[in-house]
Design a protein. Sequence first.
Length: 149
Amino acid sequence: MKKLAFLAALAALFACTKTPQEQPLPTKGNYSGTVSVDWNGGTFDTENISVDYLPAADGMTADIIIYKIKFVPAMPVTIDVTIPGVTVTRKGDEIVLSGNDIIPTAMGGAPYERYKVTGLSGTVSASKLDFSLNFGDSPTRFNGKRRSN
């Protein structure tokens, strides 16, 4: 009987012990930062670029939208570019971004196969978004901080 009481007490103790809760993953957010493009033997930086991180409801992918970007000085206009279906995985309190062979869209959703995204990698946290990728042959990076909502 003592053994049974001891086991019941032990079971109750474990039942009441709180298991550590994982922090929620960063939700959708808007980040402001610098886009750097390796271009013409140097680096072309564009500051104060707005980027949205929009995770899908299933938590497996996200879209990244870069607003009003002029990737190189020779571009006559700025454009909004969407990188759809970026793979997301959790690592601690960050999200790891990855992707390869993603066709970006721009100018109202038109696909830009010439600028296929390859080698995308990066992270999202509650306060920052950093990623690098190739748009076609152009290595490109973004480093930004979350804007307060």
